[in-house]
Write a protein that binds this ligand. Structure first.
Ligand code: F0G
Length: 470
């Protein structure tokens, strides 16, 4: 190419890039969604004890409760499912699954499980004992619960910027490496069976971890001979953020970036319901032969034989294809752009969100949104209920109800299912949020009337503090 044609090609690319980033798929099968009236929603919310987990999904118009298991599969995934080999042992589908996982993650042993928390339970059952300490950037709720179930302590060591919704940092999911060193010095490496890095950091706002940080954490772990595991749920989104934001990675593919990151660790847990683009499934990886044997023994006891681990052969096929699709660049460009679109359109009108927008979700800062509602009155729950009342949108509180007094923030997460909603759905969500924001002063706090001993947010009952929500 001559200099002039290169210039022209670049100019053409600029034009293409400056246009609307469209959904990189067309729709082949549609699932109707249903409107309800405000009066119906008030009744439904009362019947659900003001806990959105307890609502029938059919009464939700736009479901942003989670991006987990809620994605749309591709034609390639559906085609692969027809090839599912349902043999109990030695299934061909397991080979495809393992090859796809190893292609990206690179670990020696791949142990299938029915979802992420099953992988966590097996990992911590084998590695953790009473009195141990597990550092993480931020534990997801099931990860924390599984560590604590072993009578071990789950420590969150995210960098200071990661605790402040308004602070701007390209990698707010990073772990505080100095704090990790301090913890190892205080606790002793014998009581730290592993260190975890959650990519992206879901509970901290869907924020990515940089390669530089993963490298530094890995170096500390290797120095002290402590294994490093990734909670890999959203590894592809994390890789794309590195490509966009970290010097030296613009020219690499998301897959190369993911491979480089996983090579810094000794294993991972994965919920294939996220960046596995599947509706169910997960796995655990390790390079340790002895651990793998113990993990497989436990797997047989509770999940299934090691070549299916509680999944159907067709699920293994869907994951094998989905993991690769999650790394496709046009998909990731659309994914990150559409989440950012929601975030920037509400933020520019003054709605307080966790900045910058995360990969899979936008997090409203409920403490700043409802400054008149005290933290003890669950501002996140109050806001989430109001979004449902106003527009039939379901979101989830990540704050004082989920984490109790340990909650550093009260957030309302709007998680975007993969390849499910179009831009007009998102435009509608923006309008509803802005309407609620305009009359935020009328929103009251909530009182807890029933709670379970752990993971209480799934089943808690609440009621508005005074009068009706209106
Ligand atoms: N780790 C992270 C970071 C997660 O976000 C999740 C699930 C898990 C582990 C557990 O995986 O659900 O397959 O057992 N997160 C979902 C969510 C539930 O809505 O964020 P799982």
């Amino acid at each position: 190419m001559t200099g002039v044609t290169v210039q022209k090609a670049l100019a053409r690319e600029d034009v293409v890039m400056s246009r609307t980033i469209i959904e990189p798929f067309r729709i082949k099968s549609v699932e109707p969604i249903r409107w309800t009236t405000r009066a119906q929603r008030e009744e439904l919310l009362r019947a659900a004890h003001h806990n959105l987990f307890l609502l029938p999904a059919a009464d939700v118009l736009i479901d942003l409760l989670t991006d987990s298991g809620t994605g749309a599969m591709s034609t390639h995934q559906w085609a692969a499912m027809m090839e599912g080999d349902e043999s109990y042992a030695g299934s061909r589908s397991f080979d495809r699954f393992r090859e796809s996982v190893q292609d990206i993650m690179g670990y020696r042993h791949v142990i299938p499980a029915h979802q992420g928390r099953a992988a966590e339970r097996i990992l911590f059952s084998v590695m953790c004992k009473r009195g141990d300490v597990v550092p993480n950037n931020t534990h997801f709720d099931t990860t924390r619960a599984n560590v604590e179930y072993r009578h071990a302590t789950a420590l969150d060591l995210v960098i200071e910027e990661g605790k402040h919704p308004e602070s701007r940092h390209p990698f707010k999911g990073n772990m505080d490496v100095a704090a990790l060193e301090r913890v190892i010095a205080e606790v002793g490496r014998e009581r730290i069976p592993l260190v975890m890095l959650t990519v992206t950091n879901n509970s901290g706002g869907g924020q990515p971890v940089s390669m530089e940080n993963a490298r530094a954490v890995s170096a500390v772990c290797r120095k002290h001979r402590i294994p490093l595991y990734f909670d890999a749920c959203r590894f592809a989104e994390n890789a794309y953020f590195i490509k966009l934001r970290e010097p030296g990675y613009a020219g690499k593919t998301p897959k190369q970036i993911a491979q480089e990151m996983f090579a810094l660790g000794d294993g991972c847990t994965m919920s294939a319901k996220k960046d596995g683009m599947a509706n169910i499934g997960g796995f655990l990886c390790t390079n340790d032969d002895l651990l793998a044997q113990q993990e497989k023994d436990l797997l047989i006891l509770t999940e299934g034989y090691p070549t299916y681990g509680g999944l159907a052969g067709r699920d293994l096929e869907a994951i094998a294809v989905g993991l690769q699709e999650a790394l496709e660049e046009d998909y990731l460009r659309y994914r990150i752009a559409s989440t950012g679109y929601l975030g920037s359109h509400i933020a520019e009108r003054g709605v307080p969100i966790v900045h910058p927008p995360g990969g899979h979700a936008i997090y409203l800062d409920a403490r700043a949104f409802l400054p008149h509602v005290p933290v003890e009155q669950f501002p996140g729950v109050a806001l989430a209920c109001e979004l449902y009342l106003e527009g039939g949108i379901r979101s989830v509180e990540i704050g004082s109800l989920m984490f109790g007094k340990d909650a550093k923030m009260d957030l309302v997460r709007l998680a975007i299912p993969r390849r499910v909603y179009t831009q007009s759905h998102i435009d509608y969500v923006i309008e509803v949020i802005l309407d609620v924001f305009a009359r935020r002063e009328q929103i009251t706090g909530m009182r807890l009337t029933h709670e379970a001993p752990f993971l209480r947010h799934f089943t808690a009952h609440l009621e508005p503090m005074v009068g009706a929500l209106a």
